[in-house]
Design a protein around this ligand. Structure first.
Ligand code: CO
Length: 266
């Protein structure tokens, strides 16, 4: 049995987001010094842009092919996504295709993204809430900015929001794309109704890259910062991705350990 790990991130070309990736790759290598670790990007768009700029990074398929060449028989593809959306389910399909064929791998498992299922939602929600600034004053709120998805698992963003609300009415989870009910418009109305004067804006994204620079704090009319300020609400942005917090990384590492423990039973 020759084992390897692929860390599958959405991908980024933004230097501020690279910190998150370097950190988790380093921690995984430190935890499993005897297992080869490869980083791969799931986003075709990002990989295409990198190619144009003369940079290269593997797709997960390419990383798997390289491992097969090295004689690896068992692989864990660890998802570094936040919720199990389309990108994650593509990994699950890929793992299934690559397992048990003649000349292929004996076993390929996929480690869950940060939010895995209802069972660990509490643990994850608590870890996310811990990021929120503890010494907030009255009339200050926290708004996390998630990506959003067309996938049915969009419900996880809403589930996190509901959990936050039960624990602390001033903490919210919004998304940028695809989910009207969790859009900035909805939260703007809520903040106005609550008389909120200042919002702590925090990315719920793996790294603080392009989406943070443009969609969260950008000068454009559509950025969340602009929208809030136009409504007379002050902003305090936090420019750190989820991959920069030990407690979050620990959850991804737990999911990796779990997937590794299931490798011998394909
Ligand atoms: Co995006």
């Amino acid at each position: 049995m020759k084992t390897a790990i692929i860390l599958a991130a959405f991908g980024t070309r933004h230097k501020n987001a690279a910190v998150s990736l370097e950190r988790i790759v380093g921690q995984v290598r430190q935890t499993y010094p005897e297992i080869p670790v490869r980083l791969a990007y799931t986003s075709r768009v990002i990989r295409g842009r990198m190619k144009k700029a003369g940079e290269t990074v593997d797709s997960v398929g390419e990383a798997l092919d390289a491992l097969l060449q090295d004689g690896v028989t068992h692989v864990v593809i660890q998802s570094l996504h936040l919720i199990p959306g389309n990108e994650f389910h593509e990994l699950v399909d890929l793992a299934r295709q690559k397992t048990g064929n003649p000349g292929g791998f004996e076993c390929v498992r996929v480690g869950s993204p940060l939010v895995a299922d209802e069972n660990d939602l509490t643990e994850v929600a608590e870890a996310i809430m811990a990021i929120a600034d503890q010494d907030r004053k009255e009339k200050e709120a926290v708004l996390f900015m998630g990506h959003g998805t067309r996938h049915d698992n969009a419900v996880y963003y809403e589930a996190l929001h509901d959990y936050f609300q039960q624990r602390d009415r001033t903490i919210h989870m919004g998304v940028m794309e695809h989910q009207e009910a969790s859009s900035i418009d909805v939260f703007l109305e809520r903040f106005k109704a609550d008389g909120v004067t200042k919002v702590h804006l925090i990315p719920f994204l793996f790294g603080a890259g392009w989406h943070v620079a443009k969609d969260m704090i950008g000068d454009g009319e559509k950025s969340w910062k602009t929208r809030l300020e136009q409504a007379g609400i002050q902003c305090k942005p936090v420019l750190k991705g989820a991959g920069e917090y030990d407690r979050m990384v620990a959850i991804w590492l737990d999911h990796l350990a779990d997937a590794l423990s299931r490798l011998d039973r394909c």
